[in-house]
Design a protein around this ligand. Sequence first.
Ligand SMILES: Cc1cc2nc3c(=O)[nH]c(=O)nc-3n(C[C@H](O)[C@H](O)[C@H](O)COP(=O)(O)OP(=O)(O)OC[C@H]3O[C@@H](n4cnc5c(N)ncnc54)[C@H](O)[C@@H]3O)c2cc1C
Length: 292
Amino acid sequence: MLLPRFEYHRPARLDEALAILAQHQGQAAVLAGGTDLLVGMKHKLMKPAHVVGLEALEGFGQIQEQEGMLLLGPMLTASALAGEPGVRARATALALGAGVLGSPQVRNRATVGGNVCNARPAADMCVPLLALGATALLQSAHGAREVPLSEFFLGPGRTVRTPGELLCGVKLPAGGPGVGSGYQKLGLRQALEIALVNVAAFVALEDDGQTVKTARVALGAVAPTPILSPGAEAALTGQVISEELIRQAAQAAAADARPIDDHRGSADFRRQEVLVLTRRALQQAWQAARQD
Ligand SMILES: Cc1cc2nc3c(=O)[nH]c(=O)nc-3n(C[C@H](O)[C@H](O)[C@H](O)COP(=O)(O)OP(=O)(O)OC[C@H]3O[C@@H](n4cnc5c(N)ncnc54)[C@H](O)[C@@H]3O)c2cc1C
């Protein structure tokens, strides 16, 4: 299968990249690792006249920590995120999600920016990032804006990003003492599998080490976008954490899921799996929060 013809741009500076996107708005596609874009182009699902490669942009593959926040460059690969000790310790759910994305070959190319902008409902990095309270950092030739991931996704493959905007990073609170997160994925196979259901959980405990200060549960593949469960958050916040509380929160998450029947699984089965995976993800998060 051949790629359609296109003009390739390899900007070395951000302003250059943004100027190219502004000039060819609607006709230019951004290329990160290419594991979604090039597949789509080969299947003729998209035929951009211009392709803008990000690999030469400085800082796009870096992780920084500033004032309690982790700043992830959009070109960080799933392999890099899964293996980075700082991410494993301070954004555990993301490292776990990145570590089970696709196969080793795919993980070596697939980037966090590509996963977020591709906006699939079961995306292995989007669901953890949503639970971790991440924000998308967007920039265009006309300025910059920050969009919480909870407002970023509009539907399968659709986001609030405009064609002239580049995702220049993802920002999330860096975990510390009393904070933990977890990630669970169910697929039909062990590897190279888009999740049938995936769940990420985040828990921050008060200084007493028992009361939940903040909690978020994110669900994948049970709605047109990754979603947060308001029911689980309400069930957990302000309560003393326990196995029973986790069970109640998992039930609330299952009630918030909006799965549909499809060729890979029934809605009932998916809802049941949300219950099981939420319980496990919350147990992981609780355990991690206790360890600090
Ligand atoms: C065999 C195979 C298995 C896979 N398995 C999984 C899986 O298990 N879980 C999973 O979540 N995904 C999976 N994927 C999908 C894919 O690997 C991921 O979505 C990956 O993270 C995409 O990143 P990329 O760098 O390859 O993106 P690209 O293909 O380069 O880009 C994806 C989209 O995002 C846009 N884009 C990329 N970066 C930016 C940016 N910085 N600013 C603006 N727009 C941008 C591109 O224009 C394109 O529309 C799989 C893909 C393949 C081919």
